[in-house]
Structure formats: C-alpha cells, structure tokens
Design a protein around this ligand. Structure first.
Ligand SMILES: Nc1ncnc2c1ncn2[C@@H]1O[C@H](COP(=O)(O)OP(=O)(O)OP(=O)(O)O)[C@@H](O)[C@H]1O
Length: 263
C-alpha cells in the first residue's frame, strides 16, 4: 500500500468551453492535511469536484488504482467523503438523523445502524460541537451551525479520503480552530484530508502541505514555510502580507494590495 490515497496526473478540465484546470499533478497522502489555496475563480472547487469523481477531466483521478469517476456511488462514498462549499440544509430533518446519513454507504439496504455506527456518529457530532443540537430540525439552525452539522455528516462517513471545500468559512474563530483540529486528528489517524481555505494563517498553521492554484494551474506545492513567500502572495493573490513565525507556526496577515501603501 503506497502513501498516496488519491492522485491525478496532468488533469485538465474544461467547463462550457473554458479551460478551468490545466496540467494538475496532485497526490493526496495518507496522514496528511493538504491545504488548497487560490484566489476566487482559480479552480479550487472544480478540482475538488474532480477529485470527488463528480467531474471528469482529461486524466483519471485514481483511488487505489480505480478511476473514481467510474466507481458506483456507494463504492465512491466508502472511499471519499466530500463536503461541498454550499452548506445549506434543505429539509427539516433532525440533526442526529442528518449526521446518520453519513453511515448509509456502509449499511446494506434496510439495515439499521449498529452500536459502532452510532458511536461514530456521536464522535463526529462531539468533534463538531453539535451534540447539543441533536434533536433540533437542521433547517432551524444558524448558517455556521448547519455547516458544522454537514461537516459532522462527512466525518461520520469515515472514509480514507476527506475533501472539504471551505469548511471554515462562516464559522466563528473557536469553531474554525475546532474544525481544523478535527481535520488534523482525522489525518493523524492515517487518512488523507484536503481542505480549501481562504484564510492564509489558518492554512499555514494547520496544514502539513499547501497547494496554491492560480488560473487552473498549480503555482506552488510544498510545506507552508516554503510556499508562504511574499513574492508568491504578491504574484498570485495580488497582496502584500506580513509573514511571521511564532511558537505556534506561521502567521500570514495581509497588509494591503500589492504595490500599495500598507495601512
Ligand atoms: N459550470 C461552469 N461553466 C463555466 N465555467 C465555470 C463553471 N463552473 C465554474 N466555472 C468557472 O471556472 C472557474 C473556477 O471556478 P471554481 O469554482 O473552481 O473556483 P474557486 O477557486 O473554487 O473559486 P472561489 O474561491 O470563488 O470559490 C471560474 O472562473 C468559474 O467561473
């Protein structure tokens, strides 16, 4: 068994005639939390959807030798959990039942959850701090609460690969830290985690490796201290930033637009 849980080599993808991804070479390693960064429209969501098997590009995405786009939905859901960017609950199901949907790929038709399934759901709800909301209709929750419930469902899926598209957006600072720490714990269990983020400090502090997408191409791929360079932030994001290191890791604070006076 290699350390690579999911990979694609030379992935290109065109949407409505527009090239959105070009020559993407990426491998997600077990035990690693990979942060995917890039400006709006860089192609992060498109790449995540391709990795999740929802979009097909010019190269396959391979999970243990299998093309994920060709796997049936159940087999795919046992290998890859995908937390989409849009996190709105559309129907008034109780939080605990919504999280339990994460166990469905592991149950046979008509089979009820067993003690182990219930344990996994309870742990996912605890880690996302939604256990106290278990009986509430999910539609009555705040945006951040709904986001945490849907993250708990993805965590309950208990897959070797977890892909999370901006899971920290809309969360308060404590729950952002809770989210990153939960993802890090999942990676520490030997799973592969990819998370897209706009918060550069959150990415630099919590991720083992950062990949920066720019106009559909990988502009940088490496450890946070290697990737987080003033020249790259200026070129890709058009910003000036203060980059500092303290005992917790890197701090990356945007100070202004590139070429303009810092305020
Ligand atoms: N269905 C589509 N048809 C045509 N173009 C699309 C389609 N979906 C996305 N795009 C384009 O592909 C590019 C990448 O979009 P994507 O959503 O992957 O970016 P992103 O990096 O996730 O951005 P953000 O940070 O704003 O979420 C954008 O320019 C977008 O307009």
């Amino acid at each position: 068994m290699t350390g690579i849980a999911l990979e694609t080599r030379g992935l290109g993808l065109t949407l409505s005639g527009r090239p959105v991804l070009r020559g993407v070479e990426l491998g997600l390693r077990r035990g690693e939390i990979l942060g995917l960064l890039g400006p709006n429209g860089a192609g992060k969501t498109t790449l995540i959807r391709a990795l999740a098997g929802q979009l097909r590009g010019t190269a396959p995405v391979l999970s243990e030798g299998a093309d994920v786009a060709r796997l049936g939905p159940e087999a795919r859901a046992r290998r890859i959990a995908y937390l989409p960017q849009a996190r709105v609950v559309g129907w008034p199901v109780a939080v605990a039942d919504l999280v339990a949907l994460g166990r469905h790929p592991w149950l046979r038709l008509g089979q009820r959850m067993g003690p182990r399934d219930r344990e996994i759901c309870a742990a996912a709800m605890a880690v996302m701090d939604v256990a106290a909301l278990a009986m509430r209709p999910a539609t009555e929750l705040s945006g951040g609460e709904q986001a945490r419930v849907l993250a708990a469902r993805a965590i309950a899926q208990d897959t070797p690969v977890l892909l999370a598209d901006e899971p920290a957006s809309g969360l308060d600072p404590a729950h952002q830290i809770g989210m990153m720490s939960a993802l890090r714990r999942i990676a520490a269990e030997g799973r592969a985690v990819l998370v897209s983020l706009h918060d550069l400090s959150l990415a630099a502090r919590w991720c083992d490796r950062l990949v920066v997408l720019d106009e559909g191409m990988i502009a940088a791929d490496g450890r946070p201290e290697v990737v987080m360079q003033a020249a790259l932030l200026e070129r890709v994001f058009g910003i000036a930033a203060r980059i500092e290191r303290d005992e917790c890791g890197l701090l990356v604070a945007p100070t202004g637009l590139a070429g303009m006076a810092t305020r």
